[in-house]
Design a protein around this ligand. Structure first.
Ligand SMILES: *Cc1c(COP(=O)(O)O)cnc(C)c1O
Length: 391
């Protein structure tokens, strides 16, 4: 910050360097030279929010009772809709009074939960590769992230037995995320059961991020962490309408499960924010209550895109992980390249923007992430452009 005499706080200065800065720079140059960019870098649905949800928002925005501060924990009617949806979708019972907390998007809750439970010196178990908010939220609370590598050999599930005993002893929290960003892998109930046992043994709070539970393929519904016996005693699940209903811009999500954990997070929130605009909660209720068919329509679009892209990538000789859920394609970079080099090659030679795997943590090196957040036509165009490189 040239010319500004005051140093930023240590927690800002120690943030990892912005790995995507170099790509942004290359992208700008490519646009400047008139390249036709295909952006497979962003994890943000390109489709609009379904009309019935938007329509409810239109009606509720004019209601003066929504123009005042909402309650920080969310309207009871919204939390009831979350509980009803969990029962219907997962067979999990939740008390809307104290087992559901409304969030300003799930990122807000994920970023804030370490403030409620992590002190300096405490350890947080974090998946690598993973959503950068887990280690950053940990570091803002003064905690230390212990990276759990997700590798192909372990089916991109953390090896709990490989976590050293002294690390497990100091750990307060564990972040998990299935269906997974960036690998798109799903976890089964047997894995969640082992997580509950591990958490009980070491007194660790489990924070499971289920943002992608409704983006799945071939009718294979991913389970909730809360379906595992005893899960509600050790943890919470973060969820969101962002991906299910193309609502990333609306900022509404929720956390469910252990009431002591939610009370801790709620205490942080009540001191920092004032909840979600009630008209947005009303619109969210429409999605949760009446939105099964809407979500099905969205899934069908991704399924068509996946079924077009994956065989195309295989045909041109790229190795990709199978895609059962979420909308990310985890591609092994061809021999002789690093993640960053391969990302740069694709951008410079084909105008395709991807994300280097190491941007999600060291264990992501050797991969790039593509997204399905563009049309089938553009995805097929991307394949034919990549084919010109020749792998
Ligand atoms: C997109 C995403 C979310 C959802 O974030 P919101 O704040 O609810 O929009 C959460 N976790 C992961 C891993 C994501 O990729």
């Amino acid at each position: 910050m040239a010319g500004f005499p005051i140093e930023p706080a240590g927690r800002i200065k120690t943030l990892p360097p912005y790995l995507f800065a170099a790509i942004d720079e290359m992208k700008k140059k490519a646009i400047a030279r008139g390249a036709d960019i295909i952006n497979l870098g962003i994890g943000d649905p390109d489709l609009p929010t379904p009309a019935p949800i938007v329509e409810r928002m239109r009606q509720e925005a004019g209601n003066p009772k929504h123009h005042q501060y909402p309650s920080y924990e969310g309207m009871l009617s919204f939390r009831q809709a979350v509980a009803d949806w969990y029962k219907r979708r997962f067979g999990v019972s939740l008390d809307p009074a104290d087992e559901v907390l409304t969030l300003i998007g799930s990122k807000e809750g994920i970023g804030h939960v370490p403030l409620a439970f992590v002190d300096p010196g405490d350890v947080v178990l974090v998946p690598s590769p993973g959503y950068p908010v887990y280690p950053v939220g940990t570091s803002f609370a003064g905690g230390t992230s212990y990276m759990m590598p997700l590798t192909k050999a372990n089916h991109f599930l953390p090896d709990l037995q490989a976590i050293p005993k002294d690390v497990a002893r100091k750990a307060k929290l564990m972040f998990l995320n299935y269906p997974n960003n960036p690998t798109s892998v799903t976890a089964g109930k047997d894995f969640f059961k082992r997580v509950v046992e591990f958490a009980n043994e070491h007194h660790i709070i489990v924070c499971h991020d289920a943002a992608y539970s409704e983006i799945y393929y071939d009718g294979r519904k991913p389970p909730s962490f809360l379906e595992a016996d005893g899960a509600k005693e050790v943890g919470v699940e973060f969820h969101s309408l962002s991906k299910t209903f193309n609502m990333t811009g609306w900022r509404i999500g929720f956390a469910v499960g252990n009431k002591q954990v939610l009370a801790g997070l709620g205490k942080v929130k009540s001191n920092l924010d004032s909840g979600v605009f009630q008209a947005v909660q009303e619109a969210g209720i429409v999605g949760l209550r009446d939105g099964d068919a809407l979500a099905e329509g969205i899934r069908a679009v991704y399924q068509e895109r996946r079924d077009a892209l994956l065989p195309g990538l295989a045909r041109i000789g790229l190795e990709v992980e199978p895609l059962h859920a979420a909308f990310y394609v985890w591609v092994t970079v061809p021999k002789g390249f690093t993640s960053a080099e391969f990302t740069a090659l694709l951008l410079e030679r084909t105008g395709i923007v991807t994300t280097p795997g190491n941007g999600f943590g060291e264990a992501g090196e050797g991969y790039v992430r593509l997204t399905l957040c563009t049309t089938k036509e553009r995805l097929l165009e991307a394949v034919s452009r990549m084919d010109t490189i020749g792998f």
